[in-house]
Design a protein around this ligand. Structure first.
Ligand SMILES: Nc1ncnc2c1ncn2[C@@H]1O[C@H](COP(=O)(O)OP(=O)(O)OP(=O)(O)O)[C@@H](O)[C@H]1O
Ligand SMILES: [Mg+2]
Length: 168
């Protein structure tokens, strides 16, 4: 099974995906790193990041593994784990990384608007959505591992609509 661990930057994908791969004894793939190392098709000048080459990425991915990245759900995955974080808490996590205001704002806004969740649902694969805001990484990994095992489908668990006005 190809499992995508996806979500807005800072929600906890890497923390969870590495441990999930260890637990299942399957390969862990850092999708963002793959894009940086060549699976790219051009450069996004506004954001100063490479643009992912989805076809090139798909060619190099294991059928059985955990894919970590905010575009992981687009890579012909069989199951998507969409991690979420309350916008105000995500803002704090991203500010603590020293990210620029605009970059923080863009991502907090995307989280508030369910952008990654909507994309994952559009892939028509089972989606398990989990809110990391008040959960520990241990709890999260435990619950996500169980969900993957059962191919549990669960979404619509958070509603950040009351926070949208506060993201700017
Ligand atoms: N329930 C949780 N699950 C995962 N991480 C959590 C949780 N609660 C708090 N955190 C913390 O949130 C941070 C998430 O960072 P992490 O690098 O895993 O995010 P990411 O989604 O991979 O970000 P990026 O897209 O920038 O790579 C870590 O410091 C982690 O300890
Ligand atoms: Mg990461």
């Amino acid at each position: 099974m190809r499992i995508a661990v996806t979500g807005t930057p800072g929600v906890g994908k890497t923390t969870v995906a590495r441990r999930l791969a260890d637990r299942r004894g399957v390969e862990y793939v850092d999708v963002t790193q793959e894009v940086r190392e060549g699976a790219s098709a051009g450069h996004d000048a506004d954001r100063n990041v490479p643009v992912a080459d989805i076809d090139a990425l798909e060619d190099s991915l294991p059928d059985d593994g955990v894919l970590d990245g905010h575009i992981a759900h687009r890579l012909d995955a069989d199951y998507a784990v969409v991690l979420r974080c309350k916008p105000s808490a995500l803002r704090k996590r991203l500010e603590e990384r020293g990210w620029e205001r605009d970059k923080v704002r863009e991502n907090v806004e995307a989280e508030a608007l369910d952008v990654v969740l909507a994309e994952a649902l559009a892939e028509e694969i089972p989606v398990f959505e989990w809110d990391t805001t008040d959960a520990t990484p241990d709890e999260t990994v435990e619950r996500v591992a169980e969900a993957v095992e059962e191919r549990e489908e669960r979404h619509g668990v958070v509603d950040w609509s009351a926070h949208i006005g506060g993201v700017r």
